[in-house]
Design a protein around this ligand. Structure first.
Ligand SMILES: [Zn+2]
Length: 305
């Protein structure tokens, strides 16, 4: 995976604003070519009888300056957590990989990536092709929340990127997205295809939404079940596989209501650890699949494979 160099301050400010609140639908500057084979951008696995793929869309990076991630913490403390995990301390990097699941008649996408905005690489369309799926075959898109790195990919060239898909999100999240003036163009394009659900309800057969408050007004995770197998898609409950898991109470700029988001993050981590739940984290290192274990000091992410 090729990470982009650290952003200039102006670009970073724009990125943070976009990721935390809103993103325009204007075309982004061309992203740099990513030197990975197409097959490196998908990861196939099963959830019971369902075939699933992690689909790489790209990555995001931020300076490790305690202004975006670990806000208010000391550089010393943040560096110690990163160093202990064998990670660099100059920047903090996140993955971005929507999830695709084929379940019976349905082909379901969980979040739609950033469409090359926010310095990301816009790989989702080619990753989808690598998985053998055409955009028109996607029947449902389940949105965790309305930030640009999750809904940006719903639109391509001013039109629906997945023309036959029903776009599903919680009632609260749709209301928030509609109220966001910066997203007006995207909202106008997707409105005919949007169907909302009540948080906590069954969204489609085999998928129950999980109300995870704090990141955005209607942020939802999704629990996918097939037979005895389950997978919990956590959306942006946790952004970084080390900092957000080992220090769930540390503040990240992207959480709209930080205290609530931090309480939700801890609750989901506790549940995942207690139930030995298989977890899919859209922003953890690709493919974002693993489990949460209790460590001596908080929690630890245990990637699968
Ligand atoms: Zn996100």
């Amino acid at each position: 995976m090729t990470y982009r160099p650290m952003f200039p301050a102006v670009a970073l400010a724009a990125l943070i604003a976009a990721c935390s609140q809103e993103a325009d639908t204007a075309p982004a500057p061309a992203a740099p070519a990513v030197q990975t084979a197409a097959t490196d951008n998908i990861h196939g696995f099963r959830i019971g009888e369902f075939q699933a793929w992690a689909l790489r869309d790209g990555s995001l990076s931020f300076p490790n300056d305690n202004e975006t991630v670990a806000i208010g913490e000391s550089a010393e403390d943040t560096d110690a957590v990163l160093t202990a995990a064998g990670l660099p301390t100059d920047e903090v990097s996140l993955g971005l990989q929507p999830l695709l699941v084929r379940m019976g008649e349905r082909t379901v996408l969980f979040d739609a990536g950033a469409a090359g905005q926010m310095g990301t690489q816009g790989l989702l369309p080619q990753s989808l092709t690598s998985a053998g799926v055409e955009p028109g075959q996607v029947t449902d898109i389940l949105i965790s929340h309305g930030h640009g790195d999750h809904v940006g990919g719903l639109v391509a060239g001013g039109a629906l990127a997945f023309p036959n898909a029903v776009i599903r999100m919680s009632q609260e999240e749709w209301a928030a997205l509609q109220a966001d003036e910066a997203m007006a163009k995207l909202v106008s394009i997707i409105t005919p295809r949007v169907e909302t659900f009540v948080a906590g309800s069954e969204v489609i057969p085999s998928v129950i939404s999980v109300d995870i408050d704090g990141h955005t007004p209607g942020h939802s995770g999704y629990e996918i079940a097939s037979g005895e197998d389950r997978l919990l898609y956590i959306g942006d409950t946790a952004h970084h596989h080390v900092i957000s898991v080992q220090r769930p109470d540390w503040t990240i700029a992207f959480d709209g209501n930080a205290p609530t988001a931090e309480a939700s993050r801890r609750a989901i981590l506790e549940r995942a650890a207690d139930e030995n739940l298989r977890v899919y984290a859209v922003h953890f290192p690709f493919p974002g699949l693993g489990r949460v274990e209790r460590g001596d000091d908080g929690f630890v992410w245990s990637p699968e494979g």
